[in-house]
Design a protein around this ligand. Structure first.
Ligand code: PEP
Ligand code: MN
Length: 647
């Protein structure tokens, strides 16, 4: 059962509830959520729920009806996010695990790790104990293989995943790997599950090829009940009558699993299809279906692999797959998970000295990122997507307050929108970048904007009379709203506060247009999804930070290559013929690719204009710096707003 505690419960009362449950043989777990604190209690002794409800400090008790308890959505409504070193699995990220089927040699595993890391994988996989169908097939290098695997993970800064096949190996594996994989053949090896669950390591649990989804969840329950709190599920294909593929990849399991459990689920298209040509299409389909990530077999030389060569991607194919996933993720409102460049947490393109390896500031708390709006705002979503590690998103009332928070070091970073793909630049933030010369752009994040009609749960759309949103939200959903001519459209400060207002009015005829997250934060329901007229609706945010002042190069970014590849400038030209042409000629002569040029009136100088310019930063940094110096010579008041990694 799930025991929801009153917000004001005292420590003493909480202890008494725990003691009551423990005395009746219940295992108790406390989950501190954003909205409420709950105790999950699992046991075999029947207890009268009403008795628990009467305990001081208990708000309500919800029985868990599914046969799996700790794994069920009833136990935990929010998605679980599993931490593996600097990587977070679950939530708005797509995690890519890659590597060869098996560790074959030290060289092979080092080469594999280097190439998959280079393409953007965040976890490295390879088996040292291989459960093979034939006893004569390669069985893996055992502990020697684990040593090579660990070396590769450490050298390339990637947590490693490897399979455990016997409870006897548990202690040994714990010394070498970050995530223990329980393979399809062992999904129902309950003694193994109990042993692995007790190790305190994250576990990747693969679905057996003849197992139902419910059986998979029961196996996850074994792990959780044995003490594990970090379980990742994996769909890897099931046996059907079909012979054209090695297995039938059951992608329909993804939405089913998402409904039934809070645990993340990833997909293995390599074992799921058994054929290289099918791996990338199914990997993309898995991401599109909502998987939290994929695990793929990649080999430097698949034709000579000791196991599963025919389903292993060539390095170039993997590189292409990563690029495709990168393009797909924003469509789904997600971001491909990245490893921090060093062991510091940095935004893509930013510097990271203030935040340690776990993404925490010196005080041990997560680094703070200021955003404009309220909980559930699109800006908050962008902040969480942007940073590889956990950050605390701090709401500020307006854009200027975000800049102030950064300047006064109340927040390590800020995030502000600068451009929407449908409605153009958000000039106020460009103006603020100029007004705050000590603040600079440290990174960039693009997100897809999906608007939803949000109201009271169960409300019929026909009974709505009034809709609140930010003017842009109303404008972007005009086609939908036009179909309801009787509705009053009310402009509000921002989308998330419109949802809060609707929740506060208590009126079922009121609705708001905002993100799904805003509905969740304020306990309202999405009545109609994706009502924006144009699905190609993206907003570009910039991450801002305090400029430490002429310290030269920014630190390497946390992106794939780590190199800042975009720069933003503002400049004024002299009032004479050809002045702008002269500035642009500098770019042309030096081979700099311009991404954006926009003119804006200069505040306080009517009918005079300044220009905003974005360019690609080439690999040759010295040449770029020389070009910037030349540009400064051809313009007036050249300001470098930031040199960062494009998002
Ligand atoms: C593997 O991932 O290497 C493996 C053997 O997978 P499965 O257990 O899904 O067959
Ligand atoms: Mn394999």
């Amino acid at each position: 059962m799930v025991i929801v505690l009153e917000r004001s419960i005292s420590d003493g009362d909480k202890e008494r509830v725990r003691a009551y449950l423990a005395a009746r043989g219940f295992k108790v777990r406390e989950i501190i959520g954003e909205q409420e604190t709950i105790l999950g209690a699992v046991g075999i002794v029947p207890v009268d729920i009403r008795e628990v409800e009467l305990l001081p400090g208990v708000a309500r008790v919800i029985p868990i009806t599914s046969p799996y308890k700790l794994a069920s959505r009833e136990f935990r409504r929010e998605d679980s996010v599993i931490a593996v070193g600097p990587v977070r699995i679950g939530g708005p990220r797509v995690v890519v695990i890659a590597g060869p089927c098996a560790v074959e040699s030290r060289e092979q595993v080092l080469e594999s790790a280097e190439l998959v890391r280079g393409s953007g994988a965040v976890l490295f996989r390879a088996g040292a104990f291989k459960p093979r169908t034939s006893p004569y097939a390669f069985q893996g290098l055992g502990e020697e293989g684990l040593r090579y695997l660990k070396e590769a993970g450490e050298r390339y800064g990637m947590p490693v995943v490897s399979e455990i096949v016997s409870p006897e190996h548990a202690d040994m594996l714990r010394d070498y790997v970050d995530v223990l994989q329980v393979g399809a053949r062992n999904m129902q090896n309950f003694e193994l599950l109990k042993r692995v669950g007790g190790l305190g390591r994250p576990v990747l649990l693969k679905r057996g090829f003849a197992a139902t989804i419910q059986e998979l969840l029961m196996s996850a329950e074994y792990l959780l009940a044995s003490g594990s709190d970090r379980v990742i599920l994996c769909e890897r294909g099931i046996r059907t009558f079909e012979t054209a593929t090695r297995n039938t990849l059951d992608l329909s399991a993804i939405p089913v699993v998402k409904k039934l459990t809070h645990l993340p689920i990833i997909v293995d298209p390599s074992h799921g299809t058994g054929l290289r040509a099918m791996v990338s299409p199914m990997a993309l389909a898995a991401v599109a279906a909502g998987a939290d990530g994929i695990t793929v077999e990649v080999h430097p030389d698949p034709d000579h692999a000791l196991s599963d060569g025919p389903q292993s991607l060539h390095p170039g194919q993997f590189e292409k797959l990563m690029r495709d996933i990168e393009a797909l993720a924003p469509v789904l409102g997600k971001e491909v998970a990245r490893l921090p460049a060093s062991d510091a947490c940095v935004p893509r393109g930013g510097r990271g000295p203030a935040v340690g390896a776990a993404g925490r500031g010196d005080s041990g708390a997560p680094a703070r990122v200021a955003f404009q709006g309220e909980r559930g705002a699109f800006s908050e979503h962008a902040a969480h997507l942007h940073f590889a590690a956990e950050v605390e998103a701090v709401p500020e009332p307006d854009f200027r307050a975000v800049f102030e928070a950064v300047l006064q070091a109340r927040a390590r970073w800020g995030i502000v929108p600068v451009e929407n793909s449908l409605t153009g630049s958000i000039h106020q933030n460009y103006d603020l970048l100029l007004q705050y010369p000590d603040v600079r752009i440290a990174g960039e994040q693009k997100i897809r904007i999906v608007h939803n009609l949000i109201g009271y749960p169960g409300t019929a759309i026909a009974s709505i009379r009034r809709v609140y949103s930010h003017p842009q939200g109303l404008a972007q959903c005009a086609a939908f709203l036009d179909a309801h001519p009787g509705w009053e459209r009310v402009s509000w400060d921002d989308t998330a506060s419109a949802v809060r207002h609707v929740a506060e009015t208590g009126e079922r005829a009121n609705a708001a247009i905002a993100s799904e997250e805003a509905a969740r934060v304020h306990g309202l329901a999405v009545l109609r999804q994706a009502i924006e007229a144009n699905p190609q609706n993206y907003t570009r945010f910039v991450v801002i930070e305090r400029d430490p002042g002429g310290e030269g190069e920014p630190e390497p970014a946390s992106g794939r290559t780590g190199r800042p590849d975009k720069a933003s400038f503002c400049f004024v030209t002299a009032d004479r013929p050809g002045a702008l042409f002269a500035a642009l000629k500098v770019l042309a002569d030096r081979g700099l690719n311009m991404k954006k040029l926009e003119s804006r009136p200069i505040l306080g100088r009517p009918w005079q204009y300044q220009f905003y310019l974005d360019v690609d930063v080439p690999a040759d940094r010295a040449a770029f710096d020389a070009a910037v110096a030349a540009l400064a010579g051809a313009t007036e008041d050249l300001r470098v707003l930031g040199i960062y990694r494009a998002g």
